[in-house]
Design a protein around this ligand. Structure first.
Ligand code: ATP
Ligand code: MG
Length: 414
């Protein structure tokens, strides 16, 4: 079952090394879940009976060219990056561990290395994340994860209330996994979140990561609605102190799902009714990058693009750049499918290579300076010439633009 993934290098070598040293090694968690769903795992987590120091030695034997990286001795996670120019390939190996009691809700108080693989999976969040696989591709299950996966059900391992109190990030993860597997949360798991949706102590970075995964998901609408239905959304707005963002409309959530899997496009779409400043603050406080926030802001031109004013249309195109402009058109088409012929107008501009950028003008800054323009006046004149050729592309000839520039010089008495 799915064993071909494990037979391929480098896993065959990894398994053989551990077997020959007498240690147990299994693929575990999300990777097993994804393989069973026929999806390619993004990261590969292994769990082993070997102690971290042993794991390091085994890895040095098996992959002498690659230095194992300790991800935190306390939890005994060792990472190896085997990526080269042809492929990205890294994995992590963690010693079986058993956890009981959380002091700060994130870092287990006790990590016992004398644990078995079944102890190890019982500390994991959901049954579908608690499966493990041996080197022959045989899947083992101590928590009912296999049947839950078949029924597309996200269920806590153990008592939901306790598990969510230990780590409230699991509440968001639960919604995300339900969306990713195209299923639902088990009633008790869901009810525990509904009864207590708070995420106190969870960093905004981690919530943002979960939220991004929900947005870039074929079932994004389900996830967004579920966040709101469970009170997780209001909890987030409260913690970010951005209540004015309010509820995301059902209509926007549903249509967001039909957009390309592009983070900024989906964000721009979801926040299309929010005031610019509120949207910016929300994204900033949720630790989206400056670049992402600026791109979302740039995409907001989708509400303005209108080819009936060709000068304004081309100015937006120049300011936004072709790629953002095209994405904005996609957003606009979703909002107003009957909108004017903006797409064909753009195609025409591109096909006819109509001038858009300053560099496309038949005259340059040097020509203008020769006419007496200086400093800021050069930019101002270029802008006016641009607007002229936007409306009349046929005027984009050196002679005619020099003529127009002379007129501008005259008017402005340069
Ligand atoms: P993805 O990689 O898509 O986020 P994943 O299931 O691989 O999904 P990871 O965050 O990579 O999730 O974690 C790997 C495994 O570690 C999970 O499958 C789960 O078994 C366990 N795990 C991760 N986070 C938690 C948590 N907060 N509480 C308990 N177990 C967790
Ligand atoms: Mg993972």
């Amino acid at each position: 079952m799915a064993s071909h993934f494990l037979n391929g290098q480098p896993f065959a070598l990894l398994f053989r090394t551990f077997r020959e040293k007498g240690a147990e090694l299994y693929l575990v968690g999300g990777a097993v879940r994804d393989l069973l769903l026929g999806q390619k795992p993004e990261d590969w987590d292994f769990t082993t009976s070997a102690a971290p120091e042993q794991t390091i030695r085994f890895l040095q034997d098996a992959f002498p060219q690659h230095q194992p990286i300790l991800k935190g001795r306390r939890f005994g996670t060792i990472g190896v990056d085997l990526s080269d120019s042809n492929r990205k390939m890294s994995f992590e190996i963690t010693t079986f561990r058993k956890e009981d009691g959380y002091r700060d809700r994130r870092h287990p108080d006790k990590v016992a290395f004398q644990a078995s693989v079944t102890d190890d999976v019982r500390r994991r969040d959901f049954t579908i994340n608690g499966l493990w696989m041996d080197e022959n591709g045989v899947v083992f299950d101590a928590v009912g994860g296999f049947s839950d996966l078949k029924r597309r059900t996200v269920r806590c391992i153990g008592e939901p209330k306790t598990r969510f109190a230990e780590d409230p990030l699991r509440k968001w993860r639960g919604v995300r996994f339900a969306a990713q597997i195209g299923g639902q949360m088990a009633p008790k798991t869901r009810a525990a979140i509904l009864a207590s949706p708070d995420t106190k102590g969870v960093s905004f970075e981690r919530l943002r990561e979960e939220w991004t995964k929900m947005l870039l998901n074929p079932n994004a609408a389900f996830a967004l609605k579920e966040l709101q239905a469970l009170g997780l959304w209001d909890d987030l707005l409260g913690r970010l102190d951005t209540p004015e963002i309010g509820t995301l409309s059902q209509k926007n959530c549903e249509s967001a799902e039909t957009l390309p899997l592009d983070l900024e496009m989906r964000l721009a779409w979801l926040f299309q009714e929010a005031p610019d400043e509120s949207r910016r603050l929300f994204l900033k406080r949720l630790r989206f990058s400056k670049k992402e926030i600026q791109k979302v802001a740039a995409l907001m031109i989708f509400k303005e693009i209108d080819c009936t004013d060709i000068v304004a249309f081309k100015t937006l195109l120049r300011e936004a750049g072709l790629s953002v402009f095209e994405q904005a058109l996609t957003l606009q088409e979703l909002r107003t499918p009957e909108s004017p012929n903006n797409r064909s107008c753009l195609t025409q501009i591109l096909n006819h290579r109509e001038p858009i950028a300053y560099q496309d003008l038949a005259v340059g800054a040097r020509d203008l300076m020769a006419l007496g323009f200086q400093g800021k006046a050069v930019g101002g004149a270029l802008e006016r010439l641009c607007r002229l050729v936007y409306a009349h592309p046929e005027v984009n000839k050196k002679e005619r633009l020099l003529e127009a520039a002379a007129k501008i010089a005259n008017e402005e008495k340069v």
